[in-house]
Ligand binder design. Structure first.
Ligand code: GAP
Length: 505
């Protein structure tokens, strides 16, 4: 229980820090907010941009076999008919007849905990993402008497967790919020609808894209004809996607408006297994390389019965968030399903001609599909650290430090004059300008005690802080402080740029 409580507290502390320091705000907060929508503040927007830039740099700019694309959010609705989203992008949902709350059927669980004599210790209906989180949630909801029973009988308990849609017909599942009666499940399409043009009739219905992938498939021929790429090759896109999620939850994790970073990597059918494995491993490694510790990061291969009907293989990169283990990115072998579907629906040729083998065929596609906001949330969770450091008088003070990987840290270096006089601000501003000129995100701060300025940068996750002091004026050296080790060393003022560049690379 202690670990669960700690994790809950961690999420609360993290969201409080994100609001206080300008990483993430609730959308339209001044009007009470809107469920499932979030805004990124001054630090958050830099963090998110750095994540997107790192991805773009690694999968597009540094490769010869992938090109980029930026498609419109609203497309011809026939795209979504052909892709199967109009007919099949549904979640089954139930409504509470009493409190009117709405739930995804597969996210409502009945948890029963029994002792060794089969006596029921706890029955709870909870809303959660998976069985494990449902069990945790049910245990959390228990009163203190039941918790004592857990503690006394911990090895002799049997736990049953059932999804609402796994219950038999005569088992009734009440509302997890108020205990009221739930309606029969109904299908709920997740696409946001709008109208294009002046008239609001069925002919003008359009959808906000629920994934960026379909824009890539619809442009497959355009890219092929204009780029002269040969198989295997990929098309990458970063952009907004919208899903009218029944129950947005877990901070930004499940939102109604979010960003995706997707690659559609086209290859020959007989090479698809090889490329699937390549991308699955490469994408997993990418998160490790950007600071997600291996033990919290997992790669889960889907069982055959979990696969979508068009997919031949699929794996999820998962992260252990404080609220449970959840998906950051999915890597799937989607076969030739999508291009075939668009060829049939549009009547346009989607084949590739291999001029060596003289064959014409529709390529297979491997799709690494990640969520930008989920990656950002994982990086935020991983970075959040509380530790202790000595203050000016040597007394230990606790601090919060965001230990971002330098490549994604919103600010790379902060420059401070120790005091606002004796020529120090002028020198500090010069160093700040030199850092900026070198393309480093630099922050200048001359307000408040130096210890407080350091702590503010620790919360922002700034890897290095440079301080100009009395000695700088005498010998042109500055102190440079490392965020994680807290070590301070003196270096020549003229070496600051190269020092920072080397340390963050
Ligand atoms: N083109 C395939 C596709 O869209 P998906 O698993 O539905 O697959 C891919 O979505 C990724 O998009 C997920 O792994 C997740 O990171 C992100 N994502 C999906 N729904 C999301 C939501 N409601 N909020 C935030 N991110 C979401």
């Amino acid at each position: 229980m202690a670990a669960e409580n700690k994790d809950n507290t961690l999420m609360e502390k993290l969201s409080a820090l994100c609001k206080r320091r300008g990483f993430i705000f609730q959308s339209s907060e001044i009007y009470g907010g809107i469920n499932g929508f979030w805004d990124y503040g001054p630090l958050g927007v830099e963090l998110k941009r750095n994540v997107k830039n790192a991805w773009w740099e690694d999968v597009v700019r540094r490769r010869d076999d992938i090109v980029g694309l930026d498609c419109s959010i609203i497309m011809n609705p026939k795209v979504w008919e052909a892709s199967g989203h109009v007919g099949g992008f549904n979640d089954p949902m139930v409504d509470c007849k009493e409190c009117k709350a709405r739930f995804r059927v597969d996210k409502v669980f009945t948890v029963v905990i029994r002792d060794k004599n089969d006596g029921i210790i706890l029955t709870a209906v909870v809303e959660a993402d998976d069985e494990q989180s449902a069990l945790q949630e049910a245990r959390r909801s228990a009163n203190s008497k039941t918790r004592r029973k857990f503690a006394n009988t911990k090895d002799d308990l049997s736990e049953t967790v059932l999804r609402t849609d796994e219950l038999s017909k005569d088992e009734v599942c009440p509302c997890p919020k108020c205990g009221g009666e739930l309606t029969e499940p109904r299908q709920f399409n997740l696409m946001f609808k709008s109208h294009a043009g002046a008239s609001e009739d069925s002919a003008s219905v359009v959808y906000l894209r629920p994934e960026t992938a379909q824009g890539i498939f619809a442009n497959f021929k355009n890219v092929l004809d204009t780029s002269r790429l040969k198989l295997p090759f990929g098309i990458a896109q970063i952009g907004k996607a919208f899903r009218n999620e029944i129950n947005p939850r877990n901070y930004t994790f499940r939102s109604r408006e979010f960003e995706q970073m997707e690659i559609e990597f086209f290859c020959r059918a007989d090479e698809a297994d090889k490329w699937y494995e390549y991308w699955r491993d490469a994408r997993f490694q990418w998160y490790i390389d950007h600071g997600l510790k291996s033990e919290k990061l997992r790669l889960r291969n889907h069982e055959t019965d979990e696969l979508a009907h068009y997919a031949r293989a699929c794996a999820d990169v998962e992260y252990e968030f404080p609220f449970g283990v959840s998906e950051l990115e999915g890597i799937a072998n989607r076969t030739d399903y999508d291009l075939k579907a668009h060829q049939e629906a549009s009547g346009r040729d989607m084949t590739y001609f291999d001029d060596e083998t003289r064959e014409r065929f529709i390529p297979y596609v491997i799709e690494p599909s990640g969520g930008v906001d989920r990656a950002v949330l994982a990086f935020l969770c991983e970075a959040y650290t509380e530790d202790e450091q000595p203050d000016d008088k040597g007394k230990m003070q606790s601090r919060v430090v965001m230990k971002f990987h330098p490549r994604i840290a919103p600010i790379k270096v902060a420059v401070f004059p120790l005091v606002k006089k004796e020529g120090m601000p002028e020198v500090a501003r010069k160093i700040h300008a030199a850092c900026r000129d070198a393309g480093l995100a630099s922050f200048y701060d001359e307000k408040g005690a130096i210890g407080r300025r350091y702590r503010r940068q620790d919360e922002a996750g700034t890897p290095l802080c440079v301080t100009v002091d009395g000695q700088t004026i005498e010998d042109d050296t500055v102190t440079i402080r490392d965020r994680d080790s807290l070590l301070q060393q003196r270096i020549a003022a003229g070496d600051v740029v190269s020092f920072v560049q080397e340390r963050i690379s």
